[in-house]
Design a protein around this ligand. Structure first.
Ligand SMILES: [Zn+2]
Ligand SMILES: [Zn+2]
Length: 369
């Protein structure tokens, strides 16, 4: 089959025709991947922010149809339409049974770039190809753990469903699950890419009435307004985004600030933008060596701020995927509007460039089968 492969760290994605896929093993399913979003975290693997072994088939935001099931599979069946979860959730381990399935202990296997047993089901020219997040949705077919596949109704368009798998669960989840937003609250969202736009619409759904979008691209602030931002702050050279955020909120500081970039300086901005007693939610993916300097007395004690890490929107995919689809059906959650471009698998490098230029919310790969 033809798949987009990252051959090595810091090299362009190449389309290969010689990718072979093995049958599903125990607890695994073969999914015909219909659509895959191009997410910033895919680019973060290419540039080394997220270290994964190569060569690898990227893609961790997808939806498709189950075509074959391996021995012992009971959660999904052939023909089921599924959203792929980039964190497998077994439902049985300590974290899954303690309300934190987004930290499922089985998901630790992902760091090796294979499936749950550490091996991969893909080869190219006879050599193993790794799979990002136990998935690899830049290929038209994927063998994935059954605990990474969440059944959805057949009438949901799969390009729309694909986006739920990462950007929507992460962004909307950050607002609805990780943060504690009360109706009438003020929030700031620093970084308005695909995930940040979803934080904005999640904050709107949670009832926030002041939503301040902060970004260095006017194009992204324009998109932010359509997803619910009430104020925008364009970050320019020599400009103080914290002061501008404060000014948009009577100088007090916001109730909740979200950092959706993953840089030390913007994390500090988020912390400085919240009012005393406010919450800071860290959503962006930093490089492994990013450190943050905080004043302990003022950050935590006298100003009593809460800083919370947000992995995968603190989601329970079995609870939240149906919940998000319900919000979409009611017209509260914008999904189609997130799709800026539909592309073929040969156009991933251009999609990465578009993402870096701030011109798209999401490019979505439509696979040919
Ligand atoms: Zn992602
Ligand atoms: Zn688990």
């Amino acid at each position: 089959m033809k798949a987009a492969v990252l051959p090595a760290f810091d090299t362009p994605i190449e389309t290969r025709d010689d990718v072979e896929i093995a049958p599903p093993g125990p607890g695994e399913v073969r999914v015909k991947v219909v659509a895959s979003g191009v997410c910033h975290s895919d680019l973060s693997v290419q540039n080394g922010t997220i270290p994964l072994p190569t060569p690898i088939v990227l893609g961790h935001e997808g939806a498709g149809i189950v075509e074959e099931v391996g021995p012992g599979v009971s959660r999904v069946a052939v023909g089921d339409h599924v959203v792929l979860s980039f964190v497998p959730a077994c439902g049985e381990c300590y974290t899954c049974t303690h309300g934190q399935p987004y930290l499922c202990e089985k998901s630790a296997a992902q760091a090796a770039g294979g499936l749950l047993d550490g091996t991969t089901r893909l080869t190219s020219g006879g050599a193993p190809l790794h799979q990002m997040a136990c998935l690899g949705t830049y290929g038209p077919y994927a063998i994935v753990p059954e605990i990474s596949a969440v059944k959805i109704p057949d009438d949901v368009p799969l390009d729309v469903a694909a986006l739920i798998g990462c950007g929507v669960l992460t962004g909307v989840g950050a607002a609805l699950n990780t943060a504690d937003i009360a109706p009438g609250d003020s929030v700031a969202v620093i970084g308005c890419g695909g995930v940040g736009l979803n934080v904005i619409q999640g904050a709107r759904i949670a009832g926030a009435t002041t939503i301040i979008a902060v970004d260095r691209f006017e194009s992204k602030l324009e998109m932010a307004r359509t997803f619910g931002a009430t104020h925008t702050v364009l970050v320019e050279e020599g400009h103080d985004p914290v002061g501008a955020t404060m000014a948009a909120n009577d100088g007090r500081g916001v109730d909740v600030a979200f950092e959706v970039i993953g840089l030390g300086p913007t994390i500090e901005q988020a912390i400085n933008s919240v009012r005393p007693g406010g919450q800071v939610i860290l959503v962006g993916v930093p490089r492994m060596d990013v450190m943050v300097n905080l004043n302990a007395a003022f950050t935590w004690l006298y100003l009593a701020k809460t800083i919370k890490g947000c992995w995968y929107g603190s989601s329970d995919v079995y609870r939240d995927v149906p919940r998000l689809l319900e919000l979409w059906k009611q017209g509260d959650l914008k999904l189609e509007e997130l799709i800026s471009k539909e592309i073929s698998v040969d156009q991933v490098n251009e999609a990465f460039a578009d993402m870096q230029a701030g011109t798209v919310a999401r490019s979505v790969i439509r696979h040919q089968h």
